[in-house]
Design a protein around this ligand. Structure first.
Ligand code: ADP
Ligand code: MG
Length: 682
C-alpha cells in the first residue's frame, strides 16, 4: 500500500480534527479508508417523465420556477416552503418543510432540480434535495452511504471526491494482471472511482464484480497461505501402511465400495503416508458409508504399527461403532476396545494398562477417551465422528495424546461448498456424495395438522408390520408463547391412542444423559416401538427397524435439520417414510416443505437451505465462525468465491509468488507471523 494513502483524513481540505473524529466513528481514518467506504445502494436520480411516475415513488425532476416561492409558518419554528414549478405542460408544487432559508436563493425563472417523494394526486413533490440553476445534470445514480453522527451524504461525497482529486492516482493495483485479463476486470483505481461516481448501473456492476472478486481473493489468499504453510510446517507421521493387507481387507468387505468411497479412501491413505499431518474433514450424508471408510483408515494405520482412537458423542453411538467395527475386523486380528463412562473398575484398568502397553490397536469411545489417565503407546490416527458435537478443546486434548497423529473429522451434516471453503478453508475436505446402490429413498409426505388422524392410522399400519417409529416435536413442554406441539403432550396423546398395544418412550434434552441413553437403548432393542422425542435424537443413531419418522410443526426446522431427522429412518431394507406435519404460513416455509418432499440429497438440500436462510442462520448462533465480507456475499457470489479459491491455490504454487514485484501488494496481505500464530488448526 502506498504510504500516502495511509495518511490521516485531515490531510484533505475541509477535514479538521472534529470532522476526522466523526469519520473515525464510521471507521474511516485514512485516505484509503475513504476510497474503500462503499455505498450500500444507489438512488436513481435520472430525470423522469411525470406521466410514468407512480404515486409515492421517489424521483428527481427539473423545472422552471413559475411564481414567487411562498412560506407558511405554523406552530413553533415550523414552516413550509412552496415553490410552483413549470414542467412541460404541468404546474407542479414542490414543498419543503422547515427550510424557509431556501427562499432567498430562488428567483422566478430559475431552473431547479428537486428530488423527493411524488404525490400523484396533488401533483406535489415533497422535496428532500434541491439544486438551483445546476450547471449540468451529470449523475444519474447517486450512491447512498451508511452515515453516523452529523455526517451527511453530501459532505461525505465531497470528501471522497476531494480524495480522488488529490490522491486518486496513487491507488495501486493489487490483483495479478493475468487475472484481470482472464476475468476482464477493471483496475482497482477505476473500480473504486466507478463505485463512487457511476454514470450508469452497468458501471456499478462492473466495479462491484471486481471488488467482490478481490475481497474473496484476499480472503482466500490468507486462508490458503495459512493452510499451505501450516501443512508444510507440520511434521506428521509418515505412516507406511501395508498395502497388500489393506487391499485384502477391502476385498473382504461384504460389498464393493462406491466410487466416492474409493476416492475418499485414496485421499485419506495419501495423507497417512505423507509426512504432512492429516487435517481432513470427511463429509457424507447419513448412510453414505463413512464408517467403512473410517474403518479402512484405521486398518491402514494399524498395519503401519500405530494405535488409533475414535471419539463419538454418545455412548450408544460408541457401542454401535464398536459392534460394526468388530464385525468388519473379525478376521483381521486387530484388537478393538470400547471405553465409555459406563466402563468402570477392573475392566477400565485392564483397558488402560493394555492401551499403554500398545496391546490395543483401536480404542473407541466417548469423552471418556480424553481423560488424563488414558495413555496411548503410539497414537497414529484420531477420528472424531459428528465432529461439531465436540468442543475445540476436547478435540485438541485427544489429538495431543499422540506426538503428531493424523486427524480425520467426520460429519453427516452436509455443508454447502461455499461455506466449506470459507469456514473450513484451512482443512482438506473429502466428500462422499453418492449413496451405496440399491438404497431405497425415504418417501416423504407433507400433510396439514388437521389430517392427524390419518397420520395416527399410518403409524399404526407400520407398527402392525413390526416396525418402529420416531415422533419428533419442536418443544419439550407446553409454552404459552408458541402455539406448537410439545413432546410431553404428544406423548400423552399417543399413549392413550396406542394404550395396551405398543410401548412408547419419551426423550428430550432435559433428561439426564444416562436416562437418554437408556431410552434410546430400549428403542434400539425394540422394547419401545414408538419414540416421542425432541431433536436430541438427531445424532447418528442407527435403528434399522425404524421405518417411520413423523415430524410435528416441521416448518419450524431448517432443511438441514429436517434432513438429519429424516436420516434416522431408511437404514434397513424396508421402505421407510417421513411425514412432515406442517401448516407453514410463509412462502419460505412452504418452499422448504416442498423441497423436502422432492429431494433426499443432503448436499442439494444444504445448498437450498443456505439460499433460503443465509449463512448466519445456517450454522445457528452457536457456531458461526463466518467471515464477514464488506461487499461480497458468499451465497450470491459463490462462483467468484470458487474462482478466487482456485486462483489463490494456483498462485501460491507458483515459484515466483514470493519474489516477483508484481505480487508485492498481495504479499503484504500475508503477514506470515500473524497467519501462523493464528493457530487455526481445528
Ligand atoms: P454413515 O456412517 O455414513 O451414516 P454407515 O457407514 O453407517 O453410514 O453405512 C450405512 C450402511 O451402508 C451400513 O450398513 C454399511 O454397511 C452400508 N454400506 C456402506 N458402504 C456400502 C457400499 N459401498 N455398498 C453397500 N452398502 C454399504
Ligand atoms: Mg456414521
Amino acid at each position: 500500500m502506498n504510504n500516502l494513502l495511509e495518511g490521516s483524513t485531515t490531510l484533505l481540505n475541509g477535514i479538521g480534527e472534529e470532522t476526522a473524529e466523526v469519520l473515525s466513528e464510521m471507521g474511516i481514518n485514512t485516505i484509503d479508508d475513504l476510497f474503500n467506504y462503499l455505498p450500500y445502494r444507489y438512488e436513481d436520480v435520472r430525470l423522469r417523465d411525470l406521466n410514468e411516475v407512480a404515486h409515492g415513488e421517489k424521483i428527481t425532476i427539473e423545472g422552471k420556477v413559475h411564481s414567487e416561492p411562498a412560506i407558511v409558518y405554523y406552530g413553533r419554528k415550523r414552516n413550509r416552503l412552496v415553490i410552483h414549478l413549470l414542467i412541460n405542460q404541468y404546474l407542479v408544487k414542490a414543498v419543503f418543510f422547515n427550510r424557509a432559508f431556501l427562499k432567498r436563493k430562488i428567483a422566478i425563472g430559475d431552473t431547479i432540480i428537486v428530488s423527493g417523494k411524488w404525490d400523484k394526486h396533488r401533483l406535489t413533490i415533497t422535496g428532500q434535495d434541491i439544486q438551483v440553476n445546476p450547471k449540468e445534470h451529470t449523475n444519474d445514480f447517486e450512491p447512498v452511504y451508511p452515515l453516523k453522527g452529523s455526517m451527511t451524504i453530501k459532505t461525505l461525497r465531497r470528501f471522497i471526491e476531494q480524495a480522488f482529486k488529490d490522491y486518486g492516482d496513487l491507488i495501486n493495483e493489487t490483483l495479478p494482471s493475468a487475472l484481470l485479463t482472464k476475468y476482464k476486470l477493471p483496475s482497482r483505481k477505476l473500480a473504486l472511482r466507478k463505485i463512487h461516481f457511476p454514470q450508469s448501473l452497468s458501471e456499478v456492476k462492473e466495479a462491484r464484480r471486481r471488488l467482490i472478486y478481490e475481497e474473496f481473493f484476499v480472503f482466500q489468499l490468507r486462508l490458503q497461505a495459512f493452510r499451505k504453510l501450516k501443512r508444510e510446517a507440520s511434521k506428521g507421521l509418515s505412516q507406511q501402511y501395508n498395502l497388500q493387507h489393506l487391499k485384502a481387507f477391502i476385498q473382504s468387505l461384504p460389498f464393493e465400495l462406491t466410487d466416492a468411497q474409493k476416492k475418499v479412501v485414496n485421499e485419506i491413505c495419501r495423507d497417512l503416508k505423507s509426512s504432512y499431518r492429516m487435517n481432513r474433514l470427511l463429509q457424507g450424508d447419513v448412510g453414505s458409508g463413512k464408517t467403512v471408510v473410517a474403518a479402512i483408515g484405521l486398518f491402514a494405520s494399524v498395519t503401519a504399527g500405530y494405535q488409533c482412537a475414535m471419539m463419538v458423542p454418545t455412548e450408544i453411538l460408541a457401542e454401535q461403532h464398536f459392534t460394526s467395527l468388530n464385525s468388519l475386523f473379525q478376521q483381521t486380528g486387530v484388537s478393538i476396545e470400547l471405553l465409555t463412562s459406563s466402563v468402570k473398575g477392573k475392566k477400565r484398568e485392564e483397558i488402560l494398562s493394555k492401551l499403554v502397553k500398545g496391546e490395543i490397536d483401536i480404542l473407541i469411545g466417548t469423552h471418556a477417551l480424553i481423560q488424563h489417565d488414558v495413555i496411548f503407546a503410539k497414537l497414529g490416527l484420531v477420528i472424531t465422528d459428528e465432529q461439531h458435537r465436540f468442543g475445540v478443546e476436547q478435540r485438541r486434548i485427544l489429538r495431543e495424546k499422540g506426538e503428531t497423529p493424523d486427524v480425520l473429522f467426520m460429519t453427516a451434516t452436509p455443508i454447502p461448498r461455499t461455506l466449506a471453503i470459507t469456514v473450513f478453508g484451512e482443512m482438506d475436505v473429502s466428500i462422499i456424495n453418492e449413496m451405496p446402490s440399491g438404497r431405497k429413498k425415504v418417501e416423504t409426505y407433507w400433510v396439514k395438522h388437521n389430517s392427524i388422524n390419518r397420520v395416527f392410522e399410518f403409524i399404526e399400519k407400520e407398527l402392525v408390520k413390526g416396525r418402529q417409529a420416531y415422533i419428533i416435536c419442536p418443544l419439550i413442554e407446553e409454552s404459552d408463547k408458541l402455539d406448537v406441539q410439545n413432546a410431553i403432550d404428544v406423548y400423552e396423546v399417543l399413549s392413550q391412542y396406542f394404550h395396551g398395544k405398543y410401548n412408547i418412550g419419551l426423550m428430550h434434552g432435559k433428561l439426564p444423559a444416562k436416562e437418554k441413553d437408556d431410552v434410546m437403548r430400549a428403542f434400539s432393542q425394540n422394547q419401545l416401538q414408538l419414540l416421542v422425542s425432541t431433536t436430541v435424537v438427531e445424532v447418528g443413531v442407527n435403528v434399522p427397524n425404524a421405518s417411520l419418522m413423523v415430524i410435528y410443526d416441521a416448518e419450524r426446522f431448517g432443511l438441514s435439520q429436517l434432513h438429519q431427522l429424516r436420516g434416522r429412518v431408511g437404514r434397513g431394507s424396508e421402505q421407510s417414510y417421513c411425514i412432515l406435519l406442517a401448516d407453514p404460513k410463509s412462502d419460505n416455509g412452504k418452499e422448504r416443505m416442498r423441497i423436502m418432499t422432492e429431494t433426499t440429497d443432503g448436499f442439494v438440500l444444504s445448498e437450498r437451505d443456505l439460499e433460503l436462510r443465509g449463512p448466519g442462520d445456517f450454522f445457528g448462533k452457536k457456531q458461526s465462525g463466518l467471515p464477514e465480507f464488506k461487499i461480497a456475499d458468499m451465497v450470491h457470489d459463490y462462483r467468484a468465491l470458487e474462482a478466487a479459491r482456485n486462483d489463490t491455490v494456483t498462485l501460491l504454487e507458483q515459484d515466483d509468488f514470493w519474489e516477483s514485484p508484481e505480487y508485492l501488494p498481495l504479499r503484504n496481505y500475508l503477514k506470515m507471523t500473524e497467519v501462523l500464530n493464528g493457530e487455526k488448526l481445528d
